[in-house]
Design a protein around this ligand. Sequence first.
Ligand code: UDX
Length: 434
Amino acid sequence: MNIAVIGGGYVGVTTSVAFAHSGHRVYLVDNNPHKLAHLSNAQLPFYEEGVKALLQTHVDSGNLTITDDLTATLHHSSIVFITVGTPSQANGQADLSFVNAVARQIGQTMQNEQTIVIKSTVPVGTGKRVKEIIAMELTRRNVDIPFEIVSNPEFLREGKALYDALYPNRIVIGYDSKKAKAVMEQLYNDTNDSILFTSINNAEMIKYASNAFLATKISFVNELARLCERVDADITVVTEGMGQDKRISPLFLQAGVGYGGSCFPKDLQALQQIGQKYGTPMTILQAVENVNHTQVNWFLDKVSQRLGSLHNKHITLLGLAFKPGTDDIRSAPSILVISQLLAQEVQVTVYDPQATSHIKKRFPTIHCATTPLEALHDAHAAILVTEWPEIVNIDWKQAKSFMKESNLFDGRNALSPHYMKQLGFHYEGVGIHG
Ligand code: UDX
C-alpha cells in the first residue's frame, strides 16, 4: 500500500521504517528543513538500535521517500498516519496544535479519498475533532471527498522501538465506519489476532490508560520499597512473590529511582487534565506522581546519611538516560539527581554510553567521563541511575580500587548486593537490606 506518515519524530520515523520494511511504499513528510536533510542522509536526531540502518536501506531502495511536499504525498497515498508531537502545555494538558494544523492541511490539500490514522497520543475526543476540522476545510473548498478517521495508538518502547514496530504486541484500532475497518484490516493483514477493533474514543483512552497503569505499578512498588526498608523486608523478594500471581505479572514491578521518559510523565499529566475536564479527578494518578517526584530525594537522603555532608564530595553518576538503550534524558531521574547534588556543591562526574552530550548542554559544569572506570576515579560514592549492561558489567573489583571511598548506591537494584558486599563495597539499593 502507499502510506503517508506526517511527522518525522521518534514515532514517525520508526513507523515509516517498519512499514517500508514490510513492503509498503512510504512517504515521510516533515516541514523542518533541517530534519529533512538529516533524515534523507539517514541521520537520526535520536539514538535507537537498528533504525538508522533500516532507514538507510529503505531510503536507498526507494521504498521510503523523505519529503516536505504534503500535497504530492497525499496524491500518491490513500492512508495518512499523523505522528506529530503532542507535548505538555504548562497546565499538563496535551498541546494539540500540531495535530490540528496537520488536519487543516490535509483538508486543504487532499484530492482523493483518504483514511486518516491518528497515531500521536491524543486526549479522548481528538479523532472527532480532527474529523470536524477536515470536513470544515472540504466545505470551505466546496468539494466532497470521502475520508475516514482511525485511531491507532502507538505502544512502542524506546530502546526496543524497531522490534515493537515490526512485531507489535498488540494493535488497537478505533474506527467509526466499515470502510475504515476494511482499510486497516488490509494494512495489518487481518490474520493478526491481537488486533482490537473498537470505537475511536475507546482507542484513545486505551493509550493513556495503559501508560498510567504501568506508571502506577512502578510508583506502587517504589512506595512499598520505602516501607520494606523500615520493616526489614526486601522489595526484590516481595515483588518476586507478587509477580508469581498471573493477575499481577512480574513486569513493571522493578523498584528504583523512579520512571522518566517522554511518555509516562506527560501522559499522566494529560490524563489528569482529561479527568478534570470531565469532573472526574484521577486521584490515584496524583499519588503516583507524588511518589515519583519524591523518589530521587528519598534515595539521595540515603547517600547523605552515609556520607554526612555532601559539600565538596565527589560523586559519580553511572547512567543518565531515562532507561538503557536510548540517549533520551527527558524527565530522566538523572536530571533531578544532578540538580540536587550540584545544589549541595558536590563535584559531579557522569558516565553514559549515549546521553552525555545531552546532559552536558544542560549542566555544563559537570565532568563527563568516557569510560565508567574513568568516571569512578577518586569518587567518594557512585550512584547507578541507568542499568546499561556496560555499567552493570563493570569490573567492580577494579572499580573499587579506583574509588576514594567504596560507597555504591544502586538506584535500579541492578547489581548483586551479596557480591558487592563481598568485594567490600558499602552497598545500598532501593528497598533491600542495607
Ligand atoms: C512507555 C510504554 O512502555 C510504551 O508502551 C509507550 O508507547 C511509551 O511509554 P518508554 O517510555 O519507552 O515506554 O519506557 P518504559 O520501558 O515503559 O519505561 C519507562 C520508565 O519506567 C523508565 O524510566 C524505566 O526505568 C522505568 N521503570 C520501568 C521502572 O522504574 N520500573 C519498572 O519496573 C519498569
